[in-house]
Write a protein that binds this ligand. Structure first.
Ligand SMILES: Nc1nc2c(ncn2[C@@H]2O[C@H](COP(=O)(O)OP(=O)(O)OP(=O)(O)O)[C@@H](O)[C@H]2O)c(=O)[nH]1
Ligand SMILES: [Mg+2]
Length: 312
């Protein structure tokens, strides 16, 4: 048998680049939540992949953007911390958005978006090996893709460039295989059949938050967080789970609950199904909505999310 190798690969990039979708696709299971909205991921999530004798520990991170609020600072700091702690950095670019100039604004062919420029500048300071992953190739033209790859590589030296679709799976086998070869000799850190390190109760809270992100709009999803308060194993093998949805305003609470409780019911039903799948046993899910005007300034909420509380 060949010698074992192991390493951490941080998946970093702008919000919505498809980092969490890629993590799930690489792992082959849902370990991180995904949504069409930017800034879905709030704290790093590990997913473990075996590639021959190599164990690759992928770290999905919150999207990188100019932070304003305290929570933004905590999220982006955790992403850069994961990057600094990793053996290899994989910069994920939403090729479709980048070819449109980032946030949808038109730019010249030769330009990169301001957002990408900012990330590249900071990335340039890191001594770690870096690979470039152009994602969402299912929705861009091949020639444009080659041009984009050339522009990015001219701006920063990447060891390798991959073109993938996290959604269709295109290019992922090659990505896994090449990254596997880049792992350093050493023992595996996790048992060979382990794919996640996230405790079930945290994953359950994330699943409910994903359902909130799907159903709520504007600022509201960003003003909510979810925690699992209780997880009781029942004699029949099912679990009784209580979760709190924290919101900042009474008006938000009304929207989350919805007319006649309809919105909360829909969120609960969708979350329950997925939590039961993760739990591999039926669950009874009870959701409570609490108004906490200042939850985004409460260290306790950050601890629950697995984030460091930024002072100041
Ligand atoms: N067409 C297409 N869409 C994709 C692809 N990968 C991801 N997406 C979509 O892009 C959106 C964002 O995906 P996420 O995986 O949540 O992105 P993220 O980078 O984790 O975003 P943050 O957590 O906010 O930083 C979702 O609607 C995905 O379905 C892809 O390869 N092709
Ligand atoms: Mg994400």
């Amino acid at each position: 048998m060949s010698e074992t190798s192991c390493g951490f690969v941080a998946l970093i990039g702008a919000p919505n680049a498809g980092k969490s979708t890629l993590l799930n696709a690489l792992v082959g299971a849902k370990v991180a939540i995904v949504s069409r909205k930017a800034q879905t991921t709030r704290a790093p999530v590990r997913g473990i992949v075996m590639e021959g004798a190599a164990q690759i520990i992928f770290v999905d991170t919150p999207g990188l953007f100019a932070p304003k609020r305290r929570l933004d600072h905590a999220m982006t700091a955790s992403a850069w911390q994961s990057a600094d702690d990793s053996d290899l950095l994989a910069l994920l670019i939403d090729a479709r958005a980048e070819l449109r100039g980032g946030d949808g604004a038109e730019t010249q062919d030769s330009a990169l978006s301001e957002q990408t420029e900012t990330i590249l500048r900071r990335l340039g300071e890191s001594k770690r090996p870096k690979v470039l992953v152009l994602n969402k190739i299912d929705s861009v033209d091949r020639p444009a893709l080659l041009g984009l790859s050339a522009r990015l590589n001219a701006r920063l030296k990447f060891d390798e460039t991959f073109m993938v679709s996290a959604l269709t799976g295109d290019g992922l086998a090659t990505l896994r295989e090449r990254l596997g070869r880049l792992m350093k000799p050493g023992p595996w850190l996790y048992p060979e059949d382990q794919i996640s390190v996230t405790p079930l109760r945290s994953l359950a809270a994330e699943i409910t938050r994903e359902k909130l992100f799907e159903r709520l709009h504007d600022e509201l999803p960003y003003q909510t967080t979810v925690e699992t308060d209780e997880w009781k194993q029942l004699p029949d093998g099912s679990a009784r789970i209580e979760q709190t949805i924290f919101v900042t305003r009474d008006s938000h609470k009304k929207i989350v609950i919805g007319e006649g409780g309809r919105t909360l019911k829909a969120i609960g039903t969708a979350a329950r199904k997925e939590i039961a799948e993760a739990n591999e046993a039926p669950v009874h899910l009870f959701l409570f909505v609490k108004v906490r005007e200042n939850w985004t300034d409460d260290p306790e909420r950050y601890r629950a999310m697995g984030l460091e509380f930024p002072k100041g």
